[in-house]
Write a protein that binds this ligand. Structure first.
Ligand code: BG6
Length: 463
């Protein structure tokens, strides 16, 4: 079923950090792709002029993308800046007037979640929510209870089919490819279960710190910032069953089934770390207990995955910036030639960023007279011509009413339910030197294997 496209794009938080880093580049890309032929209204309460917002858009695109003069001119012609206090009715009335003939606006809330309820109610009161769609940014709540409350707030005004919860990881080509690769290659299916898979490891490593986002990060920490959303989504795509249909409902049903089978985290299976110097960052408490690193063991209680540990790790100030999945297979049952340890056995490696790589770790015979082997990766480097930015992809889908790459109410709540025991009893935070792989205690998480596989710079990748 196709739904009509939205006919106006409204974004709250137009002068903010997210607009600067991601939204303006995505808007220019959407204009170039012919996907945004409608009024664009940016709203904030900063006292700015139209020109200031245009200057900001230009600076944003120059810093985070490549300015296309013709597309940028069109963007400026379509862009209107509306300044107003979100707590006052006036801004919503002015918005209704600005929307003019538009009958199906899309409202994108790139603002702190504490303002969501106020804005949603303001939109409804002024008649701006009729036939509208709403896109909300992460973090979607701080825990299970606040996510449930937020869902209730949104659903008092918008039907679930008009609510689009962003997890930008789902807009990444390489992340979508996980799902495609699994279900478009029949050779994988016989192996993709507890009989052949020994363990799954996912690392989201960043070599940079919190980049001036101290007060945001103090409210979040690694578990809320990237595990509850991005990493659990990646686990879901790796582990879910094939959907019976690829429409949003079919996909969401399978994702939810998988999330429900995830065992809530046990605090004893989690190690939290904090990089040295974090407490001296602006906006950070001198005795902060917030984690900038987390390592954990997750279990999925299904027939396919029972007994297969999923090791997850994420952190700031680590040795490299990359996100990588590694699926380790069991070694052969008996040694025919040389003894193959679990660490030497077959694996699949999916590098999700910054490069896009799929590799199969195999054993081949070393040249020479003995029957001894060595590990060799069969490698597919996927450099797609289609290089849509995740936000271009996601906002374009939301305008078209396609919710496939967005998180449903039930899925987002279930993901919070998985991490909630650690939010309730987080345990101590342990310091680690910048540039290291987190606190030494993280090794305990993988004690039943031969240790973490630290992602390395990709051979042949630009420095
Ligand atoms: C964001 C987090 O959601 O994801 C950031 O708030 C993190 O802390 C970022 O750096 C990682 O995503 P990407 O796409 O920049 O690798």
């Amino acid at each position: 079923m196709t739904s009509p496209c939205s006919d106006a794009f409204v974004f709250f938080g137009a002068t903010g950090d997210l607009a600067y880093k991601k939204i303006f580049p995505a808007l220019q890309a959407m204009i170039l792709a012919g996907e945004l032929e409608m009024p664009i209204i940016g709203i904030a309460y900063s006292g700015w002029s139209q020109q200031q917002l245009r200057d900001r858009a230009r600076a944003s695109i120059e810093e985070h993308a490549t300015l296309d003069p013709a597309a940028f001119t069109r963007l400026c012609a379509q862009l209107y800046y509306l300044d107003g206090d979100y707590t006052q009715d006036a801004v919503y009335h002015e918005l209704r007037q600005r929307l003019g003939q538009a009958r199906r606006p899309l409202h994108y809330l790139a603002i702190p979640p504490s303002m969501f309820a106020t804005v949603v109610q303001g939109l409804a009161k002024a008649g701006c929510a009729d036939n509208a769609r709403i896109v909300v940014e992460k973090p979607f709540g701080r825990n299970l209870a606040s996510a449930q409350a937020l869902n209730r707030t949104l659903q008092t005004v918008f039907p679930e089919s008009a609510i689009f919860r962003i997890d930008h990881y789902l807009g990444k080509e390489a992340v979508e490819n996980l799902l495609y690769f699994r279900f478009a290659n029949s050779f994988l299916e016989p192996l993709w279960n507890r009989s052949y898979i020994h363990s799954v490891e996912i690392t989201l490593a960043e070599s940079f710190g919190i980049e001036g986002r101290g007060s945001f990060y103090e409210e979040a920490g690694a578990l809320r910032d990237v595990v509850q959303n991005h990493l659990l989504q990646v686990v879901t795509l790796l582990a879910m069953e094939a959907p019976v249909s690829t429409d949003p409902a079919g996909m969401r049903a399978e994702k939810l089934r998988l999330l429900r089978a995830m065992r809530p985290l046990e605090p004893g299976n989690v190690v939290r770390g904090q990089f040295d110097g974090y407490r001296h960052e602006k906006g950070v408490a001198p005795d902060s207990q917030v984690e900038t690193f987390i390592a954990l063991r997750l279990h999925i209680d299904t027939w396919r995955w029972a007994g297969v540990p999923f090791y997850l790790r994420a952190g700031k100030c680590l040795p490299i910036t990359t996100t990588e999945v590694r699926v380790d297979l069991n070694p052969p049952p008996l040694p025919v030639f040389d003894v193959i340890s679990p660490a030497q056995s077959n694996f699949f490696r999916f590098r999700l960023s910054p490069e896009v790589v799929i590799a199969a770790g195999t054993r081949v015979k070393q040249a020479g007279s003995g029957m001894r082997g060595e590990g060799v990766e069969l490698l597919a480097r996927n450099q797609p011509g289609y290089d849509a930015l995740p936000y271009q992809r996601l906002l374009g889908d939301a305008l078209r009413g396609d919710g496939t790459l967005f998180t449903s109410d039930a899925c987002v709540e279930q993901a919070w339910a998985v991490v909630q025991p650690v939010l309730d009893a987080p345990g101590p935070v342990q310091s680690y030197p910048r540039g290291s792989w987190g606190p030494p205690a993280a090794a305990a998480i993988v004690a039943d294997t031969e240790g973490w596989h630290d992602p390395q710079p990709e051979a042949g990748a630009p420095c």
